[in-house]
Design a protein around this ligand. Structure first.
Ligand SMILES: [Fe+2]
Length: 350
């Protein structure tokens, strides 16, 4: 009897464990481009909020721009589940999508997550399935089994691309795994209450981030966050709901002074460029928000953002960062584009 139940348990365990893998169709195996950090980056594409059940027609427009790298900024799928199998299936759907495969064939891909791919709308450190979610995200991104991120908590990672003098550092923050909770009011125009003492990154990630910024010899330093950092007037998720953490991040930038820092974020179902100045920093601090790839606001409404540069984009979109390395210092411009590769915004930021 003992032997039989052990056998049944083993079969069930094997079935559950193997069922939670992201299944990639045989014909697509090994067709994704491997990371090659020796590559100097000239075109970086990025985006967020991609419902795997909706049309994936945006990818062909991303590909037209010939990006060297794609950065996922979160809500890469809408998992919204506490069942790892459901999450794995949703990742498989995206990974086997022919449109998405076009991106994988031409660009290197890195990324972080936000709430819906973490597993639950607005979830933070309390979310029970976060370790399964982490494994599934890293598998989706083809992160090697021996990568250091697999052996610590959270999904934060950094990469340095490019030859000497043309380096771009990509710092991918994890704004979910360690994030303190926030309370939300009820009703139609519900909003988050400020968590005055709350944290976003957790102490280990803060220490890691300080080291990453302090030791960076990159000419451009990109910091990606699932949700917005600079904009703070809207009622949705933002670093502004954690004012102590937002201030700490800005103070860390002032202390470590990375060269040409650029913030990136998603989550909002809009695109916009925000700009602020931090005393002691040579350049203004820009944040480009790009969201979403498959869905955005249904109609335009006013949303104050004292830091916004240019217009609010409510069409489906992705972002492009173009780097011109021909001069003594790099020139950087940012674009927001959409279906038909339509250009909605272009701004020079450095
Ligand atoms: Fe989100």
């Amino acid at each position: 009897m003992k032997k039989i139940s052990l056998f049944v348990f083993s079969v069930l365990f094997f079935m559950t464990a193997s069922a939670q893998n992201i299944k990639v169709h045989e014909k697509f195996a090994n067709t994704a481009r491997k990371l090659d950090t020796k590559n100097t980056l000239q075109t970086i594409a990025f985006g967020s909020c991609n419902n795997q059940g909706k049309s994936q027609e945006m990818w062909k427009n991303v590909v037209v721009n010939k990006p060297d790298l794609w950065i996922w900024l979160g809500d890469n799928i809408y998992a919204d589940t506490q069942n790892p199998q459901v999450m794995a299936d949703k990742y498989s759907l995206l990974k086997n999508n022919l449109e998405y495969r076009r991106l994988l064939a031409c660009a290197q891909v890195v990324g972080t997550w936000d709430d819906h791919d973490f597993g639950w709308n607005d979830a933070g450190k309390e979310f029970g399935m976060k370790n399964e979610s982490k494994r599934l995200l890293l598998d989706f991104l083809d992160v090697p089994k021996n990568a250091s991120v697999r052996n610590r908590e959270g999904v934060y990672q950094s990469f340095v691309f490019g030859e000497k003098g043309k380096k771009v550092k990509i710092i991918l923050l994890d704004t979910r795994y360690f994030r303190d909770s926030v309370e939300r009011t009820s009703g139609i125009n519900n909003k988050y209450l400020i968590n005055a003492e709350g944290d976003v990154l957790g102490e280990k990630q803060w220490a890691w981030l300080e080291k990453e910024l302090k030791n960076s010899d990159a000419q451009i330093n990109i910091i990606a966050s699932g949700f917005q950092i600079i904009a703070k007037e809207h009622r949705f998720e933002k670093w502004g709901n954690f004012p102590k953490a937002r201030k700490r991040l800005f103070q860390l930038l002032q202390k470590t002074k990375p060269t040409m820092p650029i913030l990136m974020s998603g989550d909002r179902h809009i695109a916009e460029l925000s700009r602020t100045t931090l005393s002691g920093l040579e350049n203004p601090l820009f944040e480009i928000t790009s969201s979403g790839l498959t869905h955005t606001w249904h109609k335009k409404r006013e949303e104050p953002n004292q830091y916004r540069v240019g217009d609010l984009v409510i069409e489906k979109n992705f972002g492009i960062l173009k780097i011109d390395w021909s001069g003594e210092t790099p020139k950087v411009s940012v674009e927001v584009r959409g279906l038909g590769n339509q250009l909605f915004m272009r701004e020079k930021i450095f």
